[in-house]
Design a protein around this ligand. Structure first.
Ligand code: TYD
Ligand code: MG
Length: 460
């Protein structure tokens, strides 16, 4: 064995030390000095590589096609890109009580192509898991349930299962290894235990789903490196006070990350929502101001959602901008564009934006619907009934065209929306939807004006 030479380098200023120090003498930064090996090339003679170290790329060889195991929840399969992939490790994050354990117990209920199912609960007793299974009406003789938080015990038990099995670890924050001194849930414990589980999954051809808790700021507890170690990171979100739960892919080595899965929580467990558009439109026929329907795209699927806005006189020195389910910076930008391009006065107004049903929208095409809801609330005038809005707003106030306009309009038409406000130049064929061009954000004022005159005609 060659004695490895090490040196210590400050990550902040690059100063080199022969031994570790807590504070860099040069730049005075604390905890910036890390160990680094030198002369690694000397080790080359000491290692050997196997004969089949390199693989050649031959696409005719179908071993490159991932084997997918379809679960009985098609919304879950959709988010993963078609099902669970062999030897993959999935991290499922979500706030407490959102339904992670319920979702995973439903998944292990039966997958014909999987040999063994193992559910390790490090948080609950076996009795509690059985009670949940009983409530959900799940029965699977192939499912092995255990309650332990000791990683060594978990790995020893997993050695007895067959390859091509599915293992659930609920949750990583409570699992600990005796090899690490720090308490369960600490960064080093969580990293070490995850790495051991990832190594096990890859070497034993087992799929592992790890549950991770979410911190207050919405990130999965533990360092970011935890997300780099696994193949997929899924987040399970939704408002606990409403029934809808949304499963979203934040990272996926085997598929796209823009698909969402929609479920509703019932006392019989999670039910798949086959028509999410209808689910997210709470009171579509009511003539209330401050509401605009957005025809959006989540992954490959069009989903209609209701955007609500409230504009009210502020009692504060700095007016409040609050967004639930929408990016707050994007909201500030839209408000700034409306102020400048439509000459609207918002400096003494609080603005609240909410996406109904607990949905989170990241698409820039939602800008126009958000602007429409704000204008509708500001003028206290409902937007025309049965109308949808979509389009990205630029800083100069122009409305850009959105991709997949045909799918958006088709979904709107399917749900009885007969009027679309958007910037569309393509010929889209017969869709039973009247299209009103909105090329500049100030065109929204015209819609409100027309709506207002209709309102007065109705009332007189
Ligand atoms: P659970 O899977 O335990 O959440 P997590 O693992 O993410 O902490 O799910 C708890 C939810 O299940 C709870 O918020 C409400 C729902 N639930 C019912 O709808 N009916 C019931 O009878 C019970 C016990 C729970
Ligand atoms: Mg749980």
């Amino acid at each position: 064995m060659v004695a490895s030479k090490v040196r210590f380098i400050c990550q902040s200023c690059g100063a080199i030390f022969s031994k570790w120090v807590g504070q860099c003498d040069v730049c005075k930064e604390w905890n910036s000095v890390v160990e680094e090996a030198i002369g690694g090339s000397e080790l080359i003679d000491t290692v050997s590589i196997p004969e089949n170290f390199f693989t050649t790329l031959d696409v005719s060889n179908n071993q490159f096609i991932a084997t997918r195991h379809k679960t009985n929840l098609s919304e879950f399969n959709r988010v993963l890109g078609g099902g669970l992939v062999d030897s993959s490790v999935i991290l499922l994050g979500g706030s407490p009580g959102i339904g992670k354990s319920t979702l995973l117990l439903q998944i292990v209920s039966d997958i014909p192509s999987i040999n063994d199912f193992v559910y390790i609960s490090a948080e609950e007793s076996v009795g509690q898991v059985l009670m949940r299974a009983n409530r959900l009406g799940i029965s699977n003789p192939k499912l092995k349930i255990a309650s332990t938080a000791n990683l060594t015990q978990i790995l020893k038990a997993l050695n007895t299962i067959r390859s091509n099995s599915l293992v659930i670890i609920d949750s990583i924050q409570t699992v600990f290894s005796d090899a690490i001194q720090s308490p369960p849930g600490s960064i080093s414990q969580v990293r070490y235990c995850t790495l051991e589980l990832v190594n096990f999954a890859k070497s034993h051809n087992v799929i592992i789903i790890i549950v991770g808790h979410v911190t207050k700021d919405g990130t999965i507890a533990g360092p970011k490196t935890l997300e780099h170690m696994v193949d997929c990171v899924l987040s399970f979100e939704g408002d606990r006070t409403c029934d809808y739960r949304i499963l979203r892919g934040d990272k996926n080595r085997y598929g796209a990350i823009d698909e969402i899965g929609v479920f509703s929580m019932t006392n019989k467990g999670l039910q798949e929502v086959s028509n999410p558009s209808a689910a997210f439109l709470s009171n579509r026929n009511s003539k209330v101001s401050g509401i605009a329907v957005f025809s959006g795209i989540e992954g490959t699927r069009p989903i209609l959602s209701e955007i609500q806005a409230l504009v009210s006189v502020t009692g504060l020195q700095i007016p409040r901008r609050t967004a639930v389910g929408f990016d707050i910076n994007r909201l500030s930008m839209i408000v700034a564009v409306l102020s400048k391009r439509c000459r609207l006065q918002f400096s003494n107004k609080d603005i609240y934006v909410n996406i109904a049903g607990g949905l989170r929208i990241n698409e820039p095409a939602a800008d126009l619907a958000v602007a429409a809801a704000i204008i509708s609330s500001a003028f206290n005038t409902p937007m025309p009934v049965n109308s949808v809005f979509f389009g990205e707003i630029g800083l100069s106030g122009e409305v850009r065209q959105s991709y997949l306009a045909f799918s958006r309009l088709k979904e709107a038409s399917k749900l009885g929306y007969c009027h679309a406000y958007a910037s569309i130049s393509d010929e889209l064929g017969d869709l039973n939807v009247k299209i009103s061009q909105v090329n500049f954000v100030k065109d929204l004022l015209e819609i409100v004006r027309t709506s207002n005159s209709q309102k007065s005609t109705l009332t007189t």
